[in-house]
Design a protein around this ligand. Sequence first.
Ligand code: ADP
Ligand code: MG
Length: 329
Amino acid sequence: MNLSRLGEFGFIERIRQAVSATAQSGVRIGIGDDCAVLELPPGELLLTSTDLLIEEVHFRSDWSDWRSLGEKSVAVNVSDIAAMGGRPRHLYLGLAIPAKRPLADLDRFLEGFLAAAADYGALLVGGDTCRSPGPLMISVTVEGATPANQVVYRSGARPGDGIYVSGVLGDSALALRCLRDGRSPEAELAERHYRPRARVALGRALAEAGLPSAMIDVSDGLLADLGHLLRASAVGARLEPGRIPLSPGFRRALAAEPALMELALSGGEDYELLFTVSGERQSRLAALPGDLAVTRIGTVTTADRGLRLLEPTGRERTVEARGFNHFDG
Ligand code: ADP
Ligand code: MG
């Protein structure tokens, strides 16, 4: 079966049926009317974020398995909700589909999308579907919520705060490097690239405990996203690259090729949480559940110090907070 036989409305009905098994509190109407009709828990604020995924820009259909792509398109969006300390609730899916795209690919994509949505406790409540004369384009919008006094912004970091990151960095970028070089990445690295996980439980735990002064998710690369946080907070930072948490696979590759450190600093698509915590609160990080490990990687300084890296020699070097930029030549 292809999409032209099924038609736009047949395709939407297929999505509606796949979703209808799942109920979610606060959803009066999801797919099927002109708008979704939704409630938020009393006292919570609405958090909204949207992301585009374009074939040949964000993914290559010859590298992608469609189910993973569905999962990833949810995770990268949900990661933004996690970075504000929220919990995801609703998803919207816009699809511009080339007429030739086999329906089986889209079914696999939806399978992954819906499985990830269910995992994060979010429901697909709407979207739009049309034909694309060019590449496949996927637009995902996520809505989340968090108690009004628990929203964590990028702008609250103050000199003296510790800088922390969750998980490990660089795996996704290293996997992508291997793919570009025509080699297949180690399974664990590939997993981090194709199936990143949004750190919702950690974001919630931190926000609920009132620990972060500022937070962002690492999507463009550590230096770039730290740069965003520093600018929003009007502060600088001293980063200690030697403390950046790395996976065993990444360490093995790094031992053979020290220049790969660049990928942990600027690689992108880690979807870890990067946050700052003020002096006396830092001791409370130890009380987080064990699977929510975080690592201190630096200290917030005053804005005039800029972003500096502390080298093994003890020397400090000023760096530019550069990361992935879609419009780089
Ligand atoms: P309208 O013409 O009013 O925009 P549509 O025919 O585009 O309505 O959509 C009908 C319903 O199906 C709406 O509830 C819409 O949110 C939903 N919908 C359309 N495309 C998708 C999709 N790709 N994923 C989820 N829901 C969708
Ligand atoms: Mg529509």
